[in-house]
Design a binder for this molecule. Structure first.
Ligand SMILES: [Zn+2]
Ligand SMILES: [Zn+2]
Length: 240
């Protein structure tokens, strides 16, 4: 079980099952110490960003759990662009970015790699690249790992993609070996869409152990490291 899960979805994502309160309550029940709610950027399902979530909602369980506000933004096909609304950045603790179905398929790994690297270089307020292993959007891993290192971003190890068999154990393990060799920071997340998935790392945990991934390179290996990562990255959001 993750102590701090930095990637989950509520009802504000059309694919999420639960309210923000339900996610927080169940995370407390499960003993999770830190939870980021990171609903999808506005271009994925065409929903408006909830300004009250970012500007007004306070953590109702302050003594039980750290609540981080975030977003999982979308890469757009215009070079280097994302749908992350800059006006809310100052209220965000964590910013995720990933490929989703709004990007055309079958354009080849060179195209997707260039697109991602441009977006990473031009949106320094992004903290984590979500599910970098995706057969629909293949990328060359080495240059992305290098860019993550240069920009201080973390690459995600996503439990849900393994659970859903979208990523194989071998693909995930090979990717971890490359990240380790490149000295790249990673974030281990559930990408939960349902309360039973909150904090779940059962598919990725054995691989991290097999590869013996250095703890200091896992940005959310505990609550303290996650908070340190979030604070280290905040300057990019305030500058944007
Ligand atoms: Zn995603
Ligand atoms: Zn997600």
């Amino acid at each position: 079980m993750l102590t701090c899960d930095l990637h989950t979805h509520s009802l504000f994502s059309d694919c999420g099952n639960h309210t923000i309160l339900e996610l927080l309550e169940w995370s407390c029940k499960k003993g999770i110490k830190g939870l980021a709610i990171t609903d999808h950027g506005p271009k994925l399902f065409g929903r408006k960003i909830s300004s009250t979530f970012f500007e007004r909602l306070k953590n109702p369980y302050e003594n039980k759990i750290k609540f981080f506000k975030g977003i999982e933004g979308n890469l757009l096909k215009d070079e280097g662009k994302t749908d992350i609304p800059r006006k809310f950045l100052k209220h965000m603790d964590i910013v995720l970015l990933g490929f989703h179905f709004i990007i055309p398929k079958n354009l080849g790994a060179d195209y997707y790699t260039d697109l991602l690297i441009k977006a990473m270089n031009e949106n320094r307020f992004v903290d984590i690249i979500t599910h970098p292993i995706d057969h629909k959007y293949p990328i060359h891993y080495e240059p992305v790992i290098e860019t993550a290192k240069k920009t201080g971003m973390a690459l995600e190890i996503n439990n849900s993609k393994l659970e859903l068999k979208i990523v194989t154990t071998k693909q995930q393990k090979d990717f971890l070996e490359l990240c380790k060799a490149g000295g790249c920071r990673i974030a281990v997340n559930s990408d939960a869409h349902a309360i039973n998935e909150l904090g779940d790392d059962k598919h990725v945990r054995p691989l991290l152990e097999e590869v013996n991934y250095p703890k200091e390179l896992i940005v959310n290996h505990d609550l303290e490291s996650a908070m340190h990562f979030i604070e280290e990255r905040r300057k990019f959001k305030l500058k944007a």
